[in-house]
Write a protein that binds this ligand. Sequence first.
Ligand code: NAI
Length: 505
Amino acid sequence: MTALHKDAAIAVIGAGAMGAGIAQVAAQAGHPVALFDTREGAAAQAIAGIARQLGKRVEAGKLDAAERDAVLARLSPAARLEDLEGSALVVEAIVENLQVKRELFEKLEAICGDDCILASNTSSLSITSLAATLQRPERVAGLHFFNPAPVMALVEIVAGLASDKAVVDCLYATAKAWGKKPVHTKSTPGFIVNRVARPFYAESLRLLQEGAGDCASLDALLRDAGGFRMGAFELTDLIGHDVNYAVTCSVFDAYYGDFRFQPSLIQKELVDAGRFGRKSGRGFYDYAEGAERPAPQSLPAAAKPACVVVEGDLGPASALVERLEAAGIEIVRRDGAGLIRVGEAVLALSDGRMAAERARDEGLRNLALFDLALDYSKATRLAVAFAADCDASTREAVAGLLQAAGISVTAVTDSPALVVLRTVAMLANEAADAVLQGVGSASDIDLAMCAGVNYPKGPLAWADAIGVGTVLTALDHLQRSYGEDRYRPSLLLRRLHCAGERFHG
Ligand code: NAI
C-alpha cells in the first residue's frame, strides 16, 4: 500500500501538545494541514508555537529559513469542523474521553468524503470501541504518536476489529513517508509500548517496597549495568506520577486485574501526597532549588586480588572474565558450573534464585550473586547479593575483584533475580505474551521499545542474546520465590526454549 500523496490534505483535531506536534510532522512532510480546536484561538496559538520552535532551529542553523516559511505556509487554523471536508486523513488528538471522541467521529463521518481515513491518537481507548457507532468503522484506525511528536520516531498503527487492512497499511506507509518508525499493533489495552513497559516501573517499585535498595542505587543499576537512559524512579519523576500511575491502573483494570500489571502502593502514596515528580518539585527525588541528589550506595574500595579461579563457562557474563584479565588479574580456568572463586568467596551470575537459596541447593559457602549487565565489557556498576554466611572478608574480596575492573559494586538485599535480570526478564516476558497474543511481531515490539521509550536493546533481542532459557529460568525462580502469578512465564518463552528456537531468526 502506498502512502498518502504529499499534496493530500491532512486535518488535525485538538491543538494541544500532541495535535500541534502531529500537525508539524505532517506539514514538514509536505502536506497542507488544517488544525481545529473547539477552544477559541487554540489552533492559531499552536501554529504560533510551531513557528517559534522552527524559528529557534533556524537560528541554530539546523533549518533553512525558506524551509521554515514553506512549512508554516502549509499550516492553517480551521474555523469550523465543516472546513475539513476535503481531507484525505483526519487525525484526532482531543481529550481522552470515549464519548467525546465518538461524537467527534460521528460528526466527521457526515462531513468528510467516503475515502477519508479517520485516525485517533488515543493512548488508552479501544479503537474498536471508538469506531463501533459509525456507519463505516472500517476507515478508523489508531495513529499513536509519542510525546513530543516531532522528536519521537515511533508511531503505533493500531488496527481495531473493523479496521480495513488497506487503511492500516496506508497509515503505516504514510507514517514512514513522514520519517517515522511505524509498527503494527492491535487494539488491545496499552497497545505495545504502554503494555510492555509496565514491568520496567513495577519491578523497581517492588524492589524499593521490599527494601532491596534505595531509589538512587536502583536507578544507577538500571543505567550503569542495564544500559537504560534513566532508572525507573527518575523516569517516573519526569513522566509525572499522576500520569504514570493512571496508565498502570488503566492497563491493570483493562486486563481484569492481572497481577502482572498490579499498581504500586508506593506510587499511589506519592500521587495522594501531590508529589507528582519534577513538575510539582518533588517525587521520589527532591527538585527544590539546592536540593542534593542522593548518591548510589557502593561498597568501599577494597584490595585487588592477584588471582581468581574461573570454573566453567559464565554464559552471558563471559566478557566479565576478559575484563578481569585485562585488569591484570591472573585467571586460572577449570571445568565447573560457571563460578568465579576469589579467596574464600564464590561469585556467580544470578539465575533468579536468591543467594541463600542457591547456596543451600548447591552446597556453596560464601556465595555472592551478581546481576545481569547489558554489556559486561562496558558496565560501570553491578548489583551483588550476598548469602547470609558471607562475612566482611567475602564482601571485600568480591568488591576488590570487580572494582579492579572498573566496576562499582552495589550490595542489594538478597532478592530473586536482583535488579537488571529481573527487569529484563519481566520485560521480555510481557513482550513474549504480546507476540503470543498477536499484538505485534517480535521485530515490531523490539522496535517499539527502542524507538518509543529508548531501551538500549529490544526485550526480545535481549532474551535471544542471553538465552531464552536464561529468561525462563529466572522467571520460574521468581514465580517460585514469590508464589505469585505476576511472575508466570509466557507460554511462548517455554515453547521456544523447548524447541531450541529464538525470537529473531
Ligand atoms: P491536550 O489537553 O494538550 O490537548 C487536547 C486539545 O483538544 C485541547 O486543546 C482541547 O481544547 C481540545 N479539544 C477537547 N475536546 C475537543 C473537541 N471535542 N473538539 C476539538 N478539540 C477539542 O491533550 P494531549 O496531551 O495533546 O492529548 C491529546 C490526545 O493524545 C489524547 O487522546 C491523549 O491520550 C493522546 N496522547 C497524549 C500523549 C501525551 O504524552 N500527552 C502521548 C500520546 C497520545
